[in-house]
Unconditional design. Structure first.
Length: 141
């Protein structure tokens, strides 16, 4: 199995931008995105959430800068009626996770990268923490 396409959950960007404990593992992923050895996707809601979080702490200029950084590195996965229908069909208690899953599946990604433990537990083979991805890539060379 090769991992070429990943979907990145909002909390991964949040952790990186606020220099959380997983920031080094996430930076490893972003290096692959920058080198285009990996294709990343995220949702439009992620851009809005990151903008809101950074705007509240550091103002609109920094929020715009960070959203532009994300936009330069990843593709934006559509969230249309199709994804909403698929998210509802999952019948998960966390609708946001279901929407992320539906968006990821619509893009044919190999893995979802998230720091949300509850989300990871929904499908451990498909939903990984940043450290899981880093370990996989290092093992593959």
């Amino acid at each position: 199995m090769t991992i070429e396409r990943i979907f990145i959950d909002t909390n991964v960007f949040d952790e990186l931008f606020f220099d959380g404990p997983a920031a080094m593992d996430i930076a490893f992923i972003f290096e692959h995105l920058k080198r285009r050895t990996l294709v990343g996707y995220t949702s439009p809601k992620t851009l809005m959430d990151i903008y809101y979080l950074i705007h509240a702490e550091k103002g609109w200029k920094e929020a715009n800068r960070r959203v532009r950084q994300i936009y330069a590195l990843v593709e934006i996965s559509p969230q249309s009626q199709k994804e909403v229908r698929e998210a509802l069909a999952l019948n998960w208690s966390d609708f946001e996770d279901a929407m992320q899953m539906a968006s990821a599946l619509s893009q044919g990604v190999d893995k979802i990268i998230t720091l949300d433990r509850k989300f990871q537990n929904k499908d451990k083979s498909f939903i990984w923490a940043p450290a899981d991805f880093k370990s996989y890539r290092i093992d593959k060379g």
